[in-house]
Design a protein around this ligand. Structure first.
Ligand SMILES: Nc1nc2c(ncn2[C@@H]2O[C@H](COP(=O)(O)OP(=O)(O)OP(=O)(O)O)[C@@H](O)[C@H]2O)c(=O)[nH]1
Ligand SMILES: [Mg+2]
Length: 709
């Protein structure tokens, strides 16, 4: 089968933002205006469980009115195939944004016109920078009381550091928001009502002056400033084309096609970011946003191919996006239910057909492609093949997990990896009834496999199953989804901080394991040097034994022993991270030495060395932002200091005040209760993981007791 649609007519885009900016509401409009659905469902009308937006179909999403998992939908606009992924804004589900950005070609960043740049917008913006994803800014909610375009643009420039190109400016704000000026096309669009089927009137720029009588003075300023803002936009955009820029300077004229080409070039390369506005809820600006997606966001491969890496993650080449190349795809999401699994892939090159054999290069395992499906939120449709640029899903893969590379077996290659966030909170999980107990471990394992920001382990001391995740909501939702999707019920203990341990100082240690039991004995001696490493450097084992002082076959036992023992440190049994272990020397006995003896020696050597190193306890430090009325600012700052926190910035945000800073997670449990009572329920806060840092030695005992250790 030949390609149905030229690659240039594809757009794979993500919608990303802070929680509640209006991503799902916008996606719902996109589906309506492109003719994919005939009714719009509002996010806040789904709580009774009867209706659902297309992308927030999970029971947990409908009940809470928030997006929890990213959902993909496809539609067509003006002959272009647009694949959209609606992502969650809540920080606990950041993995969903992470994996979507990894496989998408462009993103629409949505802003709440009142709040402007919010913490999770910054986080998602940084992620998009890391994955080099071109984006558009869409300042939504211009109809809300307090909407302020200038404040939002300032935030985009100053807090996100973006070279914002104002392609639109609003006509009015709040309940006088009637449309926008398109500075690129040189006209205004004015809607006569908020109705979803209301058409807009296209008005020449010179007819906008004097037409309105806005109650907010700055709204009138925007209209007065149109000629100046248009000139600025032209100069910034045309600066990307020397001839066009000269023409503008010398004659004041420009070719509209060249102007669009310049904005596209700037946007695709990341040199500038087009800014648009609208109100999705009041049905204004969504069609214009779709036009901008086509005009300014790249088609698959336009921005270069995908990096190929070696096993250590070093870039070793690039795969161009093309059909006539070996098949190469990345698995970015796995969904399980009682009936099986769906593995979402992004095909970068080649054509993958039903019945093909692929190589999972990450795991060196063969996979057969049984069925390929196109996914529309929760509805699947069988297709025969998937081509370069496509996003689709494979049914019932056996070996493949999130982040794995799937390739033509004759041309194996590893595609650039995904980065997974660190889980910081842990809870103990118990089966709800005895009937659930057999099924629990399989079910929780499935949940963890589908979500790389969850980690699972069994506490050897207590025998408890411990689940680690990004936050309380993340863990709660996981347990609830296990019930609705896999039919297994569990209860959760109190959430605890996921502490870590580290070596305090370098230690060189010798351990001799010697045991004489009847006839045969056990003997092994190891000398290991342990050195603390940089945060995030991981664990490295280096074999420096010379002259066969430990026979080759026993060395893996020492390495295994150290890695296993590092799961449980000497302060309080937390994982020991970031160290280098060098096996320097040792002794063995012809008869009495064995793999087991070296394993025992390795473990004991690690334990003793860790204890001798004056070990450190590390705790997660969260970046927080609190938004309150100015009168409460003093109380909030005093409280942050009492929680061992540090305030880094404070100021005005629209009518409210904000405080930013860092606070240890251990001090943040129940913070919402404090904030509610201190601010009569009007304060809000967000927090996200920033880094691990050492707990002051004088506080270690006190903190562990508080955490229930
Ligand atoms: N006034 C106004 N409200 C809006 C607009 N867009 C969305 N909303 C409302 O804002 C709330 C949140 O909208 P959602 O679309 O769920 O926001 P989201 O960005 O998808 O949120 P998460 O997925 O949970 O991060 C809903 O009550 C919407 O009706 C808008 O343009 N104007
Ligand atoms: Mg949403």
């Amino acid at each position: 089968m030949a390609r149905q649609k030229e690659l240039k007519l594809y757009r794979n885009i993500g919608i990303i933002a802070h929680i509640d900016a209006g991503k799902t509401t916008t996606t719902e409009r996109v589906l309506y205006y492109t003719g994919k659905k005939h009714q719009i469902i509002e996010v806040h009308d789904t709580k009774d469980g009867k209706a659902s937006t297309t992308t927030d179909y999970l029971e947990q999403e409908r009940k809470r009115g928030i997006t929890i998992q990213s959902a993909a939908v496809s539609t067509e606009w003006k002959g272009y195939q647009i694949n959209v992924i609606d992502t969650p804004g809540h920080v606990d589900f950041t993995i969903e944004v992470n994996r979507s950005l990894r496989v998408l070609d462009g993103a629409v960043v949505v802003f709440d016109g009142v709040a402007g740049v919010e913490p999770q917008t910054e986080t998602n913006w940084r992620l998009a920078n890391q994955y080099n994803v071109p984006r558009l800014c869409y300042i939504n909610k211009m109809d809300r009381m307090g909407a302020n375009y200038a404040h939002c643009v300032k935030g985009i420039r100053e807090r996100l550091g973006a070279n914002a190109l104002l392609c639109q400016i609003p006509i009015g704000s709040q309940d006088e928001f009637v449309g926008m000026v398109d500075l690129v096309a040189g006209c205004g669009y004015i809607w006569s009502s908020d109705d979803k089927d209301s058409e807009w009137e296209t008005v020449p720029l010179d007819q906008l002056q004097g037409r309105f009588n806005f109650s907010v003075p700055t709204d009138a300023d925007w209209i007065t400033q149109i000629p100046k803002l248009r000139q600025e936009m032209l100069e910034t955009a045309l600066a990307l084309d020397d001839d066009a820029f000269m023409q503008l300077v010398e004659t004041g004229e420009f070719d509209p096609a060249v102007l669009k080409a310049c904005i596209r070039k700037g946007s695709v390369t990341g040199a500038l970011v087009p800014v648009l506005c609208g109100s999705s809820f009041k049905n204004k600006g969504v069609q214009q946003l779709l036009d901008a997606v086509i005009d300014y966001l790249p088609y698959p491969g336009e921005n270069g191919g995908i990096s190929l890496v070696d096993v250590d993650g070093n870039v070793v080449g690039e795969q161009v996006v093309a059909d006539d190349a070996p098949s190469r795809a990345l698995a970015f999401k796995v969904i399980n239910d009682q009936f099986g699994s769906l593995t979402f892939i992004r095909v970068y090159s080649g054509v993958i057909k039903k019945g093909d054999s692929l190589m999972n290069v990450t795991r060196s395992k063969k996979e057969r492609v049984g069925r390929i499906v196109e996914v529309q939120a929760n509805v699947t449709k069988d297709i025969e093949e998937a081509r370069a640029g496509d996003i689709c899903a494979l049914v019932s893969m056996r070996e493949t997990e999130t982040g794995d590379s799937l390739c033509d077996p004759a041309h194996p290659a590893l595609l650039e990896r995904m980065r997974f966030p660190d889980p910081v909170i842990s809870v103990a999980i118990e089966p709800k009834t005895r009937g659930d107990s057999d099924k629990l471990s399989a079910a929780i394992y499935k949940m963890a496999k589908a979500d790389p920001s969850l980690r699972l382990h069994v506490d050897h001391e207590t025998g408890q199953t411990v689940l680690r995740g990004m936050g309380e909501l993340h863990l709660e939702v996981t347990i609830d989804r296990m019930r609705t999707e896999l039919g297994v019920e569990a209860t959760m203990g109190k959430p605890k901080v996921s502490f870590r341990e580290a070596f305090g100082t370098p230690v060189e240690h010798i351990y001799t394991h010697k045991k004489q039991t009847g006839g045969s004995g056990q003997f092994a001696e190891v000398k290991v040097s342990f050195e603390p490493g940089e945060p995030g450097s991981g664990i490295e084992f280096i074999d420096e034994v010379v002259g066969g002082r430990i026979p080759r076959e026993f060395i893996p036992s020492v390495e295994h022993a150290i890695l296993t023992e590092s799961k449980s440190g000497q302060i309080s049994g937390y994982e020991v991270v970031d160290f280098k272990a060098r096996l320097l020397d040792g002794k063995f006995h012809e008869v009495d030495s064995s793999a087991l003896a070296f394993e025992i020696a390795g473990r004991a050597c690690f334990r003793e060395a860790h204890r001798l190193s004056r070990p450190k306890l590390l705790e997660p430090i969260m970046r927080i932002e609190v938004v309150v009325e100015s009168t409460y600012l003093g109380d909030v700052i005093g409280d942050i200091n009492r929680r061992r926190g540090q305030v880094t910035d404070q100021g005005q945000k629209g009518p409210s005040a904000f405080v930013q800073g860092f606070v240890p997670l251990a001090e943040m449990f129940g913070y919402i209760n404090f904030l509610r009572s201190a601010t009569s329920g009007r304060g809000t806060f967000t927090m996200e993981f920033d880094r691990y840092s050492e707990v002051p030695s004088g506080l270690v005992d006190q903190i562990l007791v508080k955490d229930g250790r």
